[in-house]
Design a protein around this ligand. Structure first.
Ligand code: 13P
Ligand code: SF4
Length: 342
């Protein structure tokens, strides 16, 4: 058995082999008995065929969910798939704003979320009433909303963006226009840095990424000085990390991390985001070493989705996501701009 403790530097661990396997394993216990997973996966695939359903999974989902999905990726990639999938049903293994986004982009399809409690602390950090008040204080400003928002907030926005295209979206707005950026302050601050634009930023945060501290990253960077550092822009430590690690720090969306690891010549990476991504990184860049800088960066909302809930969603056609037609029509404009911008 390993004596590894969360956050403990690698030098304190038992052996090099153990270090390597600890680094790869996702620090989340499987939901249920893994011996039942193959039969559940078979049943899920059969039900999906019968229901003409496509299964989408975000990279923060449990490994067994990622393994059973037809498409795994980041918010931008999954939005694009949702908009064009030929199937009549989309089962979204992710959180509610993602399922809502799929429904807005494909209103004629049935969109299922296997657990309605799969929310998002970042999306909860601004309500539509707060946004309306904020807009009233800044008449004429362009509203750019991160996709991690409710449908009602999207409907009050000019553009949506994801971490995969936020920079391009900001750059698409004429330079003389004031931009209200919401709801993630760390992403907003990083965007100010890379675009050289002054943004008016809502002070929201994701509790998982805000919990990844500069100290975590600095400690691991000292222990693994040769490793490349992959940091999600929602992290609270982004600015300090860029200062500390210089060229070795890469601020990327989850799909950007996968693409970077696949093409990089490096064989060791420190990963500052939700730990579910480790499964996808190990799969797409086999033989490389991925170390989470904070093993407690676990999104409990994403982990609510289990194989049994996915099976039940397909069996019973639940839980169907609906967005009021008028809200969806206005939100679609902002989302279509997001999808159109690289
Ligand atoms: P991306 O999938 O855009 O990288 O976003 C991460 C996230 O927090 C989704 O909840
Ligand atoms: Fe929301 Fe953060 Fe979970 Fe992503 S990781 S779904 S931003 S709470």
């Amino acid at each position: 058995m390993s004596s590894f403790k969360a956050g403990e530097p690698p030098s304190a661990r038992d052996s090099a082999a153990e270090r390597a396997s600890e680094a790869r394993a996702i620090p989340v216990a499987p939901a249920g008995d893994p011996a039942t997973f193959p039969a559940l996966a078979e049943e899920i695939h059969r039900l999906a065929r019968e229901r003409d359903a496509v299964i989408l999974a975000h990279s923060y989902e449990r490994p067994e969910i990622q393994d059973v999905a037809d498409h795994v990726g980041d918010s931008l990639m999954l939005s694009r798939v949702a908009a064009t999938a030929p199937q009549s049903t989309i089962v979204f293994c992710g959180v509610s704003f993602m399922a809502e986004t799929a429904k807005i982009l494909s209103p004629e399809k049935t969109v299922l979320l296997p657990d309605l409690a799969a929310g998002c602390s970042l999306a909860d950090s601004i309500t539509v009433e707060q946004l309306r008040q904020w807009k009233a204080q800044h008449p004429g400003a362009v509203v750019v909303s991160y996709v991690n928002t409710t449908a009602a907030v999207k409907a009050e926005s000019d553009y949506c963006c994801t971490s995969g295209n936020a920079r391009a979206v900001i750059e698409a707005v004429p330079r003389d226009r004031q931009i209200l950026f919401l709801p993630d302050m760390f992403l907003g601050m990083w965007l100010e840095r890379v675009t050289g634009r002054k943004l008016t930023i809502w002070l929201g945060e994701c509790h998982v990424h805000a919990g990844i501290r500069a100290e975590d990253v600095e400690r691991w960077h000292r222990e693994e000085p040769g490793a490349e550092l992959l940091v999600h822009p929602e992290c609270g430590c982004t600015s300090q990390v860029i200062e500390a690690a210089g060229d070795q720090a890469h601020i990327l969306s989850t799909e950007g991390m996968v693409a970077f690891a696949e093409r990089s010549k490096a064989d060791s990476f420190l990963v500052a985001t939700e730990v579910g991504i480790l499964h996808r990184l190990a799969l797409k860049a086999p033989g490389k070493r991925f170390v989470p800088v904070n093993r407690e960066a676990v999104c409990q909302y994403m982990k609510l989705i289990t194989l049994e809930k996915l099976r039940d969603a397909l069996r019973h056609n639940v839980y169907q996501i609906d967005v009021p037609t008028d809200v969806a029509a206005r939100a679609r404009l902002a989302l279509e701009r997001m999808i159109a911008i690289a």
